[in-house]
Design a protein around this ligand. Structure first.
Ligand SMILES: Cc1cc2nc3c(=O)[nH]c(=O)nc-3n(C[C@H](O)[C@H](O)[C@H](O)COP(=O)(O)OP(=O)(O)OC[C@H]3O[C@@H](n4cnc5c(N)ncnc54)[C@H](O)[C@@H]3O)c2cc1C
Length: 288
């Protein structure tokens, strides 16, 4: 096995202010595993965008965790985006996961604000030119859902790296073959930055079916069959998720990958179990 991969956890802003304490409860539990960073997603609009900023800033103020704030271009002018970045920088946030974002609910297609950014590479370019943030971007082992051409999708991913993304985080996937294939193709076209594997421990059957239908990730047949068989047994589905992610992460670690980024969904139980299953040393202080 190679050096320890990086470990990171992704949280999302609740719909209402009242939901914030439960996010922090989960962060408190997971921080025992000494993640390299935690990230907070950026909502599609309105209050969740401001809660996203608030949570990133509160994590920064209340813990010693490295925070990466996600930021999208959805429904925002360049000036709006610039203002968010300025507020985050003023609050001491040092890292951004720069995204285009999905079309808002009810829209099938992403339509850029006429004074906004059309693609993540433009946002990354803006950040690199105007701020000092560390920058990451998204990538898609099975191809982005809007893309019909895997090669072109990869070229666009390279554009994000060339614009200044210092590492990439993948969309969720269950079959490691997609990740390894993507990694090899990325290296072949000169994408040399670390690529962190996005891992989502399944919590509920209908939720994972919804997520995968939306983002285009494949549920392998055998896993799909197991989910069908267990669909009414919530505890058993969660156990299956723990087992599946444990095996997935162990295999990825054996392959010496750069990092594991858990989609935590504001929960800590499954991830704690997975990390203890693989013998993750809680306060490892390993230099890489
Ligand atoms: C790790 C991760 C974190 C995420 N966090 C969030 C979040 O916090 N909030 C949220 O709303 N969504 C989030 N998403 C979802 C993401 O916003 C969507 O997948 C979105 O549809 C694409 O964002 P992107 O940054 O990859 O876009 P882009 O890189 O702009 O790609 C979007 C599409 O356009 C194509 N493309 C890219 N660049 C160009 C170009 N220059 N010219 C023409 N075509 C191009 C690509 O092939 C792709 O099909 C996340 C996804 C991942 C993997």
């Amino acid at each position: 096995m190679g050096p320890r991969p990086t470990l990171s956890f992704e949280f999302y802003p609740p719909k209402l202010q009242e939901g914030i304490p439960s996010v922090f409860k989960s962060i408190d539990k997971l921080k025992e595993f000494s993640p390299d960073f935690v990230s907070v997603t950026y909502g599609a609009g309105g209050s969740t965008q401001s809660l996203s900023e608030q949570i990133s800033i509160r994590i920064k103020e209340q813990t010693d965790l490295v925070v990466m704030a996600h930021l999208t271009c959805v429904s925002q002018t360049k000036t709006d985006v610039h203002n968010v970045l300025t507020r985050l920088a003023d609050a001491g946030i040092q890292n951004i996961i720069a995204l285009r974002g999905d079309p808002p609910l009810g829209q099938n297609e992403f339509i850029a604000n006429k004074d906004g950014f059309s693609h993540a590479n433009e946002l990354i370019d803006h950040i690199r030119t105007n701020f000092e943030f560390g920058i990451a971007a998204a990538c898609y082992p099975e191809g982005h859902s809007e893309s019909t051409n895997l090669e072109l999708d990869l070229e666009y991913t390279k554009r994000k790296v060339d614009a200044g993304a210092q590492f990439l985080v993948t969309q969720l996937f269950f079959d490691n073959a997609y990740f390894i294939n993507f990694l090899n193709r990325a290296r072949q076209i000169g994408i040399n930055v670390p690529i962190l594997a996005g891992v989502l421990p399944i919590l509920r059957t209908e939720q994972i079916r919804r997520f995968t239908a939306f983002c285009g990730a494949t549920i392998p047949d055998s896993l799909g069959q197991q989910l069908n068989n267990l669909s009414h047994d919530a505890a058993a589905v969660r156990e299956l998720g723990i087992e599946q992610s444990t095996n997935q992460v162990m295999d990825l670690m054996e392959k010496g990958i750069d990092g594991i980024h858990f989609y935590a969904l504001n929960r800590s139980y499954s991830i704690s179990r997975i990390l203890s299953n693989i013998g993750w040393v809680k306060s490892a202080n390993i230099s890489r």
